[in-house]
Design a protein. Structure first.
Length: 130
């Protein structure tokens, strides 16, 4: 297997990941029932995001925290959802790639999930308490 070398590889990764995520028993409903994901529109955006994460291309300008906070208002995220996302993401990377960038993207996915958990779940709980 080869390492993730550029945008085409990220596109391949995202297509394979979303094929799993959309049909997953634990998180699939977010894509199909909550946000009604239009994969054709979403894929270029998410590829831009991961291309920027891995290769600092600056071609992503969105706010993933804000987007996921909105989704959380529609159907609350739990730790199990983030954990499942990371598992599916890393499993997909492992099936397709190996190398420095493959390891880097898995580490970044874990970090992003942790930050989202803190900013969405745990800050939301804290705000309710205050």
């Amino acid at each position: 297997m080869k390492d993730i070398a550029g945008r085409n590889d990220i596109d391949k990764l995202m297509k394979a990941f979303y094929a799993k995520a959309i049909t997953d028993d634990i998180i699939g409903f977010y894509f199909t029932s909550i946000v009604h994901l239009d994969l054709e529109k979403h894929l270029p955006v998410i590829v831009d995001f991961w291309d920027n994460v891995l290769f600092a291309t600056n071609n992503y300008t969105g706010d993933p925290i804000k987007i996921h906070q909105h989704i959380n208002q529609l159907s609350s995220f739990e730790d199990v959802h983030f954990n499942r996302w990371v598992l599916l993401f890393c499993t997909t990377v492992n099936e397709l790639f190996e190398g420095e960038n493959a390891e880097k993207v898995k580490q970044r996915a874990q970090s992003i999930a942790t930050v989202m958990k803190i900013k969405i779940i745990h800050q939301g709980i804290q705000n309710k308490i205050l």
